[in-house]
Design a protein around this ligand. Structure first.
Ligand code: NDP
Length: 296
């Protein structure tokens, strides 16, 4: 048996197409184009790649965007002042501060400075809190994209046992909330594991749906999962590979080749979750422009 592949590139392209049509319709009605302000602090190579991917996606769907590149020596006070001016600017619908930030800046404090009505990443405590309460909010793009993938492939979630490996604020924790709380698409029985979980296999082996977001290459092996499991691999890890011209290749947190023989569904890395994250950001930016979640 070999798993069916969950094709994130295909589903993300469909989602972007829908957003593009909606943006067009929104503009045809006389509204200005949605605008996403990206703020990049420093010159971390991975962050430059990520912001580039987001800019390209914006252009594809007709969302206007600008990336403000700031010195990595900027003080927290100065950065927050810039964020506040974006908050006050009616021409800006969504604000995205690319993470991680240089270590002298507090991620929490910077995220809290963003107006939650423009927080298209869904990281602000107001959005995180509202997610936990099942209230309309901007949802963190990666877990929201995973829920879309499950929905697209009609993979049942309700009453399943979902195990999430990884408990970060941006992926694992909101993922567990969405799987367990969301009325229309969630309602799984959810276990959340992290670094201090004793005997990880004791949990993963019982998963009907296994979501792995630990940032540990090939953490999940075939013997840790049961036959027929649905596997969503969020991890993006660079491992050295001399046969590759870049000197590395990207692998997930799941040992894909062995696990796919037991799974019923599996996401590849790359081409699984990653494209959905960007597509959901486009969707959130359009929602922000339409003020669909926060009318006032
Ligand atoms: P973080 O490093 O913020 O969090 C990792 C989480 O995994 C933590 O909760 C940590 O536990 C837990 N963890 C680490 N090692 C283990 C282990 N051996 N067993 C169980 N749990 C473990 O990472 P992110 O959540 O930001 O990202 C996770 C991965 O997903 C990364 O590879 C990242 O690159 C990728 N990613 C991919 C995205 C995409 O679009 N495809 C988007 C975002 C991230 P503890 O809380 O105890 O420290």
């Amino acid at each position: 048996m070999s798993a069916e592949i969950i094709d994130g590139r295909k589903v993300a392209a469909l989602l972007r197409e829908r957003v593009q049509e909606d943006v067009q319709e929104w503009c045809t009605k006389g509204n200005r184009r949605p605008f996403l302000q990206v703020i990049l602090v420093g010159d971390d190579p991975a962050s430059i790649v990520y912001t580039g991917t987001k800019t390209k996606a914006c252009m594809e769907v007709g969302i206007e965007t600008d990336t403000m590149v700031l010195q990595d020596t900027i003080s927290e006070f100065e950065l927050k002042e810039i964020i506040q001016s974006c908050n006050a600017n009616d021409e800006i619908d969504g604000i995205l501060v690319q993470m991680p930030l240089p270590s002298h800046l507090s991620q929490h404090s910077v995220i809290e400075a963003i107006d939650h009505r423009k927080d298209v990443d869904g990281f602000h405590p107001m959005n995180v809190g509202r997610l936990s309460l099942n209230q309309p909010c901007f949802k963190s793009c990666t877990p929201a994209g995973i829920m879309e993938l499950l929905k697209h492939y009609s993979i049942p979630v309700k009453s399943q046992h979902a195990v999430v490996v990884g408990a970060s604020n941006i992926v694992g924790s909101p993922m567990a909330v969405m799987l367990s709380r969301e009325n229309s698409s969630g309602k799984a029985t959810t276990t959340i594991c992290h670094k201090y979980t004793r005997d990880l296999t004791a949990h993963t082996i019982h998963a009907d749906i296994l979501i792995v977001a630990a940032g540990q290459p090939h953490l999940i092996k075939a013997e840790m999962v049961k036959q027929g499991v649905v596997v969503i691999d969020v991890g993006i890890n660079r491992v050295a590979d001399e046969t590759n011209e870049k000197g590395y290749r990207l692998v997930g947190d799941v040992d894909y080749d062995s696990v796919k023989k037991k799974a019923s569904w599996i996401t590849p890395v790359p081409g699984g979750v990653g494209p959905m994250t960007v597509a959901m950001l486009m969707k959130n930016t359009l929602l922000a422009a339409k003020k669909s979640l926060y009318p006032n």
